[in-house]
Every structure is written in structure tokens, then in C-alpha cells.
Design a protein around this ligand. Structure first.
Ligand code: SF4
Length: 285
């Protein structure tokens, strides 16, 4: 990888900032910050053309419940559990009337299953009582539902309804600070700061890409700076391993050594998805 020029492009980090995982960004004009942020987004889009919501769902209801269940567990576990859950309880009405013990048994692998079971029943009861069993498509309504905060609401709006939203989870919050896009650790403020830097049409995919990057490369404790596709524009370059060989060993999932076939498959499916979209556009009058 070429020597990163992040210090020029972005700002400076102090050792105190690096130690806390929060870079202290020097003054950078709003225009320069926007340009740099959009450059990072483009680089992430090139690196992860297959980035997507990692929870399986077929409608907004399934996405809402899956997102609520994803607290404190992995998306892989949630996907295994929701396959069973939605086969037995396919909608809000059936889940609102679910037997709590049966539900706890199904949700057990996700952890905190008693609380999650109570939350899911309360959530579905509200959907039935106040929204005719449907998931509302407005942020102001979604955040009134039990167990639904802004992050969940934005995930549901962006991916279930196609309404742009910046979804701030722990990965997004960490990376937005490392990129110098915000200086806040408050999710609502981070959402506002990042939304300022991008067009609304980019918010949903940006969220997926940043979260993908946080899971694979820019880890909380050991960021793989030496193998990072946005090192050139990141003011926090150097807070993690910069040796390319050592950094490559820190990469996860399809980027990890030995997983080249999986990466190929993901890239091939991305290209196929693009072909399918192009074909369908040709047929559209
Ligand atoms: S891995 Fe390093 S260079 Fe890449 S985004 Fe994270 S802190 Fe910046």
C-alpha cells in the first residue's frame, strides 16, 4: 500500500486522542471535511460493493423484530433464530399473542432472552393496538415503540422502507470519530454531524459500508491501519498496526487470509446483482 497521506488530508491526532480512540481533529474547513468524507465513502464503496444489511428479512416487520433482537449478539445468531421465529409467528398479531415460555425458548440463543421476549411481545402489542399490526414508516412513530431507539428506527426506515437514514451503532460511532466526522459520542449528535456531510441518498449505504469496515478492518482495539483502504484519508492512521503484513493478519471475515473464495463469491454476486439491475432497467419503458 502506498504511504498514507492522511495527516495532510485530514487533521492531526494526538497521542492522548489515540489512546482514547478519539482523534483530536485539527481545524478543517467544512468543504474540505465534506470532500474527505465523500472520498472515504467512495473508497469504502469500492472495497465493499457487496455491503448490505446483514440481518435477513422479507418485510419491515421482520426487519424491525430482527433489529430489536440483535442487541448484544451477532447478526448470524439473529438470522438463525428469526428463521424459526417467523415460521411460527409470521406477523405482529401472532407474536403479540405468543406464549412467553415458547418465545423465550426460541429467543434463548440471542441472550437476554427473557427481556427480549417481553420486549417483542410489548412491541407487537403496540403495533396491533396503534398501527393496525403494521410497522409505521415514520421516525417519530417508530421511536415511540417499546425497545426501538433511533438506530433501530433508521435501520428499518433505510432498509425496510427505502427512506434514507444514518444508523449509528457502536462501529459507526467509533469510525465516525476516527474519521474526524464528529467529536461526539452521543449517537443523536453523531447522526446529525454525519448527515451534514453527505447527501441523504447516500445515508443508508454509507451506514452499511462504515459498519462493514468497522467489523472487518477498523476494529475497536486493533485497527488494521496497514491494510486499510481509507488510510490515505483517515486522520487516525497509525493508531493501529501499520505494518502491512501484520495488519493483514488482523482482517476478518471475507477479508481474512484463507477466505479468498468467499470474497470472490461475494464480489461475483455483487456483479450479478448489478447485471440483473441493468437488465431490468433496459426492459423498463
Ligand atoms: S484502520 Fe486505521 S487508517 Fe483505517 S479507518 Fe481505522 S484508524 Fe483509520
Amino acid at each position: 500500500m502506498a504511504a498514507p497521506r492522511a495527516a495532510k488530508a485530514g487533521g492531526k491526532t494526538t497521542s492522548a486522542g489515540q489512546a482514547a480512540g478519539m482523534p483530536v481533529v485539527s481545524s478543517e474547513s467544512m468543504l474540505a471535511l465534506k470532500r474527505r468524507a465523500r472520498r472515504i465513502n467512495r473508497a469504502l464503496a469500492e472495497k465493499y460493493p457487496y455491503a448490505h444489511a446483514e440481518l435477513d428479512f422479507t418485510n419491515p416487520f421482520e426487519l424491525l423484530v430482527a433489529t430489536v433482537l440483535s442487541a448484544q449478539t451477532t447478526d448470524v445468531t439473529v438470522n438463525q433464530v428469526t428463521k424459526v421465529l417467523f415460521a411460527r409467528y409470521p406477523d405482529a398479531r401472532s407474536l403479540a399473542e405468543a406464549d412467553p415460555e415458547d418465545l423465550e425458548l426460541i429467543l434463548k440463543p440471542t441472550g437476554f432472552f427473557r427481556a427480549k421476549s417481553r420486549n417483542v411481545i410489548a412491541l407487537c402489542t403496540r403495533l396491533v393496538d396503534d398501527f393496525n399490526g403494521e410497522v409505521p414508516g415514520r421516525l417519530e412513530d417508530l421511536v415511540t415503540l417499546p425497545g426501538v431507539g433511533r438506530k433501530t428506527a433508521n435501520v428499518v426506515l433505510g432498509n425496510g422502507f427505502g427512506i434514507p437514514g444514518v444508523s449509528v451503532d457502536t462501529h459507526f460511532a467509533r469510525l465516525a470519530n476516527r474519521f474526524g466526522w464528529t467529536r461526539s459520542d452521543d449517537p443523536v449528535q453523531i447522526e446529525r454531524d454525519v448527515a451534514e456531510l453527505f447527501e441523504p441518498k447516500d445515508w443508508t449505504m454509507l451506514s452499511h459500508r462504515v459498519i462493514f469496515h468497522g467489523r472487518r478492518v477498523c476494529h475497536a482495539r486493533k485497527p488494521a491501519c496497514g491494510a486499510c483502504p481509507v488510510a490515505n484519508w483517515c486522520p487516525s492512521y497509525g493508531m493501529g498496526e501499520t505494518d502491512p503484513v501484520k495488519a493483514a493478519k488482523l482482517l476478518k471475515y471475507e477479508l481474512a487470509s484463507g477466505n479468498e473464495a468467499l470474497l470472490e463469491q461475494l464480489l461475483a454476486e455483487t456483479h450479478r446483482a448489478a447485471e440483473i439491475r441493468m437488465e431490468s432497467q433496459k426492459r423498463t419503458p
